[in-house]
Write a protein that binds this ligand. Structure first.
Ligand code: GNR
Ligand code: NI
Length: 176
């Protein structure tokens, strides 16, 4: 079982705007570890605290092939954006749905690490996509917000239908 429960669209809690992290204590360290465990187990390449119902500016990601390059971004800010790229995105909070999203091709980011130290990073490709996708979560935004209202409504209906199916099969299991 994953450590933390991931909220699913259209859960209104995904719309919460995260507040900055102020305390770099043991509680924060434990949350970061639990988020990595949940992300790797899902499996996913990134996870924002918003998705596990913690409304702090914190995200973790690992876009490496071998899943051995964990990265933590606390109170992240985008300093510079350049160009455009289109990528077919998915989201652990929108399971089974994939759609093209246009984002900046290259970004320069400033953030704090898990010890509260500031760093800057230039990112492009999938890393840049993932950082932007996770920072959207911290601002209460989900990738389906970039789709037309019609498509977004189709996504909402499909997920609600899947969820009904899941609840029905769970209640069958319990009555066996
Ligand atoms: O696991 C994930 N894969 C992914 C693929 C394309 C673009 C963005 C992502 S992020 C996603 C994990 C997630 O939902 N993070 O918020
Ligand atoms: Ni996501």
């Amino acid at each position: 079982m994953p450590k933390l429960t991931i909220l699913e669209f259209p859960d209104p809690r995904l719309r919460t705007i995260a507040v900055p992290v102020e305390h770099f204590d043991n509680g924060l360290a434990r949350l970061i570890d639990d988020m990595f465990e949940t992300m790797y187990e899902a499996p996913g390449i990134g996870l924002a605290a918003t998705q596990v119902d913690v409304h702090r500016q914190l995200l973790v990601l690992d876009v490496s092939e071998d899943k051995n390059q964990p990265m933590v971004f606390i109170n992240p800010r985008i300093l510079q954006r350049d160009g455009e790229q289109v990528y077919q995105e998915g989201c652990l909070s929108v399971p089974g749905i994939y759609a093209d999203v246009t984002r900046a091709n290259q970004i320069r980011v400033q953030a704090l690490n898990r010890r509260g130290e500031s760093f800057e990073l230039e990112a492009d490709g999938l890393l840049a996509i993932c950082i932007q996708h996770e920072m959207d979560h911290l601002a209460g935004k989900v990738f389906v917000d970039y789709l037309s209202p019609l498509k977004r409504d189709m996504v909402r209906k499909k997920l609600e239908k899947n969820r009904r199916g899941r609840v029905e099969s769970e209640s069958r299991e319990h009555s066996l």
